[in-house]
Design a protein around this ligand. Structure first.
Ligand SMILES: [Zn+2]
Length: 330
């Protein structure tokens, strides 16, 4: 984030870049893999993109959204954005965590996360029992303002967080939490547990992220991933209208098989896959419905429930379309 640029200029750029009427304003990466040269072309002369998990070249066009093209691998079922945006850094600016500009991000990150405390405590209980009852060093990747780090510290973990948004990381540090600005590759040291909660679907290179986690974990250390499950019944039923299809925020959509394949190839053994229901604030639910349907009444309801007196109202939601995966480094 460039501190010289004013907030209003950034807002305008964001709106321009992520407007939903086509590709205008979005820059994309050129293909990096030399292997693409040898791939067969489709009838219109365009080579299909390579699957990030199985390397297959038989991906089908799935849908276009927010100016991004989504493909689905016929081999392993991975859904992915191609080409990737040049940079996702600007998306995770101040606006993402406190403004929900152009339909992205959180209205207020900490308030939106508050109802998730019971689910997060369940995660910590599962991690602790996998570590044989001990707590140890925990690194939360994509820690935002340190919401999960704070809970982990309270539960007895020696926890710290890494966060790409300097704005969010600085808010966490302001609350006395050990949140470093950067990515997993910038972190030194060895950990007993690494958590990636609602993170892996956002990163440009999930394989590199998981490989990096393996290098930062001690032998038999635990990696926890929470991510949308594109193989879930709800996701399959909704198809292109699944509310978690929201590029350029979400770039990859895994299922239980291909996330397992990626983890095993990076040196992990999956020991638990499950679904853990979360609660959400009502304003967050209406904001998601507004983004999903573009219907104005949902926007007005989101504003109503965003008022101070109603902003903490929350309800449990379990569409069973998120997976919680716990893996152990071999
Ligand atoms: Zn594949």
């Amino acid at each position: 984030m460039n501190p010289v640029r004013s907030l209003s200029v950034r807002n305008r750029d964001m709106q321009k870049r992520y407007q939903s009427n086509g590709q205008a304003g979005i820059k994309h990466k050129q293909k990096e893999s030399a292997n693409t040269f040898f791939l067969p072309k489709t009838s219109n002369g365009v080579r299909p993109p390579i699957c990030h998990v199985c390397g297959g070249s038989d991906s089908d066009f799935f849908t276009e959204k927010n100016g991004c093209m989504l493909y689905k691998c016929q081999g392993c079922g991975l859904m992915f954005v191609d080409p990737l945006p040049v940079s996702t850094e600007e998306l995770y600016s101040q606006d993402y965590f406190s403004g929900a500009v152009a339909g992205f991000g959180y209205v207020n990150y900490d308030e939106d996360k508050e109802p998730m405390v019971p689910a997060f405590l369940k995660y910590l209980g599962l991690i602790s029992s996998e570590l044989g009852g001990s707590k140890g060093r925990l690194l939360d990747v994509g820690a935002a303002t340190g919401f999960f780090v704070r809970l982990a510290k309270t539960a007895g973990f020696d926890a710290l967080g890494i966060e790409i948004s300097d704005h969010a990381a600085a808010l966490g540090r302001g609350k006395g939490l050990p949140i470093q600005t950067g990515t997993l590759a910038d972190v030194e040291g060895s950990f007993d547990c690494i958590t990636m909660l609602d993170l892996i679907e956002h990163v440009p290179n999930p394989r590199a992220e998981i490989t990096c986690a393996a290098a930062r974990l001690r032998k038999h250390g635990v990696l926890v991933i929470n991510t949308p499950d594109s193989g879930s019944m709800f996701a399959r039923m909704m198809g292109k209208r699944w509310h978690l299809i929201c590029p350029p925020e979400h770039l990859y959509y895994f299922n239980r098989h291909n996330i397992k394949q990626l983890l095993e190839e990076a040196g992990f053994t999956v020991v638990l896959e499950t679904t853990i229901g979360k609660s959400f604030t009502v304003k967050y639910i209406f904001k998601t419905l507004h983004r999903w349907t573009s219907l104005a009444p949902f926007g007005r309801l989101a504003d109503l429930f965003g008022r101070k007196s109603l902003s903490h109202v929350s309800v449990p939601v379990n569409l069973r379309d998120n997976m919680f995966v716990l893996a152990r480094r071999r």
